[in-house]
Every structure is written in C-alpha cells, then in structure tokens.
Design a protein around this ligand. Structure first.
Ligand code: NDP
Length: 333
C-alpha cells in the first residue's frame, strides 16, 4: 500500500487530491504538514488525517512512502529534494519549481535515488484530451497543422491570494496556467515546442508586476504552430482546445478544467462526429498511475521530465514577453 504524507495544507489537496488518494484500494493519508501548527491541526481534523506536523523532518520521519507537494511554488524544490533524500516517492504540483534549472535538479536527484517523481499535470488524465490525442495518432485529421488553446478563466475569489500578489512565490498566470497548456499541447500532439512568442498583461487583478493574462504563439518541432490564451480575469469565456489538420479538425469544448467534462467533435469531409471520451476523475487517474509507477508498472501520467518541459516553455514565454522577441525553448534534457 502507499502511505502518503501531504506537504502543504492546500486548497487543491482539500478539493481533489485527498479524495483521489482515498479512492485507491491501496492508498492512505498518514499525515499533513503545514508551516503553521494550528492550521496543520485544523486541516487534519477537518479532513480526517491521523497526524498533523509543522516541519518537514517530522513528516519525512513518519511512516510514509510517498509525498504529495502542493505548497506555493517557491517551496517545491527544497521540499522535493528533502523528500527524495529521505527515499520518499514524490508527486509534485506544477510548476515543479521556479526555474527549469531547479526542476532539473529535482529530476536528477530522483533518478539517482531511484524514486518516482511525477508532475501533477492533471489535464493529461482527462478523457477528452486522451480522445483528441488518440484521434490524431490514428491519423483521423491527417497531418496536424495548427492548434488553439482557450484557457482564460476567472480566478475564483478564494484563490485570489499569492497567485496575484507574490512574485517571489511563483505567482502569475504563466506559471499557473501556461505550464498546463504547454504540457497538454505536448501530450495531445506528441510533439515538442521549440520556440515561443508571448504578450502578457496586467488587466487589473494581479499586483506586484505579475501578469494575469497571456497570449502565446508556439512553434513545434513538426512545424505545427499553436496559440494559447491564459487568463485570470476572463469571467465569461468558455474554454477549448482545437487541432486543425490537413484532413480534418478536432474541436474540444469545456475541456481546460479540473472536471471530467467537455465535448470532442471531429469534423472532416465526411461530416461531423462527436467522439466519446472516458469520464474518470482526472486526479483519481493521476494517483492511480502514480501508484502503478511505484510498483514498477509504467510512468506517472506526467513525469519529472514533462515538468521540466512545461516549465522551460513557461519560462521562455515570460522571457519573450519581457524582451519583445521570440525565444527558443530548451529543456536541456
Ligand atoms: P493554496 O493557496 O490553497 O495553498 C498553498 C499554501 O498556502 C498552503 O500550503 C498553505 O501553507 C498556505 N495556505 C493555504 N490556505 C491558507 C490560509 N487560509 N491561511 C494561510 N495560509 C494558507 O494553494 P493551491 O491549492 O491553490 O495551490 C497549491 C499548489 O498546487 C500550487 O503549486 C499550484 O500551482 C498547484 N495547483 C495545481 C492544480 C492542478 O490541477 N494541477 C490546481 C490548483 C493548484 P501551509 O501548508 O504552510 O499551511
């Protein structure tokens, strides 16, 4: 069985990951760590977690074999390295770190220690994205030529904290959402981005010089070009993901989300077909794959290397926005 320690008394763990771990036949949560002892105790009580601790050594010294890291982004590196050193498998939230260099340190350490490191890019687990990926791989749209990602949303009030106020914690929409878009494009297309050109904005929500909106244009290895739109201030937009090929288009709606929802339409010369897709909970599938990887069966849905890629892509987008130039993407793998 996998006994988990939670690093971070976070919203994402409370809303999705605690249930996803408990949905596994062989998953249990042994302890939660918060930097604040009162919050740790309250969180443990509210979520039925047996132990609450307020420092990392206590967590890593307890009877656990995996950790889920969902603290603010500047803390992931140090916490992951400590967990790896203690021999615990690590499922870490995105972005893995604040820089792709730091993310690489995590991957190198995990490899050397022989432990499993996963990045919690939940969208790889969405049935809709897997359906689009399978349709492309089966040749149903011919040669993919272009992709468009609509992932501009409204940041819920309860999350309007460090993301829009603390650059040092890795706030901003690019580290929050562009990483997901870069990863989902890589996953669905089976292709890697090589260059990005981006504009960012502060449209009134984010402070401290942080961006709350971004539009990126990506060039992929195959020659495909893609555009992505990420936002925190777009209250009334829909989300979507489209891939246009030489023989057809795949048009997915309401799929840049945490829920197993949305539609996928295939349009070709022979007409339109709604593709069915699996509705398994994204986070349950993520944890299931992670447990399998611990048993030596396959890889986590998104590996540490995938986390390096998405962060290198986001980093390049920020550099582009700051410099006014297109920037090459190099994960140095
Ligand atoms: P939260 O703001 O809920 O939690 C982050 C940290 O903030 C916690 O570790 C906690 O610190 C502190 N905190 C939380 N609530 C309070 C409070 N009421 N008062 C004071 N401090 C508080 O972050 P999220 O859950 O939104 O995000 C956490 C991580 O997960 C990020 O890396 C984010 O990018 C990622 N994420 C990933 C998603 C995905 O679908 N893959 C979705 C959402 C987030 P402490 O632990 O010390 O108590």
């Amino acid at each position: 069985s996998v006994k988990w320690g939670l690093i971070g008394a976070s919203t994402i763990a409370r809303q999705f990951m605690i249930d996803a771990i408990r949905a596994q036949a062989d998953g249990a949560i042994a302890a939660v760590m918060s930097s604040n002892p009162e919050r740790a105790a309250a969180y443990a009580r509210e979520n039925g977690i047996p132990a609450a601790v307020s420092n990392l050594d206590a967590l890593l010294g307890s009877d656990i074999n995996a950790v889920y890291i969902s603290t603010t982004n500047e803390l992931h590196l140090e916490q992951a390295l400590a967990a790896i050193k203690a021999g615990k498998h690590v499922l870490c939230e995105k972005p893995l770190a604040l820089t792709s260099d730091d993310a690489r340190r995590m991957v190198v350490a995990a490899k050397a220690a022989g432990i499993v490191l996963g990045t919690n890019h939940h969208l790889r687990n969405a049935g809709a994205h897997r359906a689009v990926r399978e349709a492309i791989a089966a040749g149903r749209i011919g040669q993919p030529i272009a992709a468009r990602v609509f992932h501009a949303v409204y940041l819920p009030e309860n999350l309007q904290g460090w993301r829009i106020a603390r650059p040092e914690a890795g706030g901003g929409v690019v580290l929050d959402i562009t990483v997901h878009d870069a990863d989902t494009l890589r996953f669905v297309l089976g292709d890697d981005p090589v260059e990005v050109s981006a504009f960012t904005q502060s449209a009134g929500m984010a402070a401290g010089g942080l961006e709350d909106g971004a539009m990126c244009i990506w060039r992929f290895e195959s020659g495909l070009i893609a555009q992505s739109h990420e936002g925190f201030t777009t209250r009334f937009a829909d989300t979507g993901f489209e891939v246009h090929g030489s023989q057809g288009s795949l048009i997915a709606r309401n799929v840049m989300t945490q829920k197993p929802v949305g539609s996928v339409l295939l349009r070709t010369a022979s007409g339109e077909e709604e593709l069915s897709s699996d509705r398994e909970n994204l986070y349950v599938r993520s944890v299931r794959r992670f447990h399998a990887a611990i048993r030596g069966e396959g890889q986590p849905s998104a590996t540490g290397e995938d986390g390096i890629w998405s962060l290198a892509a986001a980093e390049a987008a920020l550099q582009s926005a700051n410099s006014g130039r297109a920037v090459k993407i190099d994960p140095k793998l």
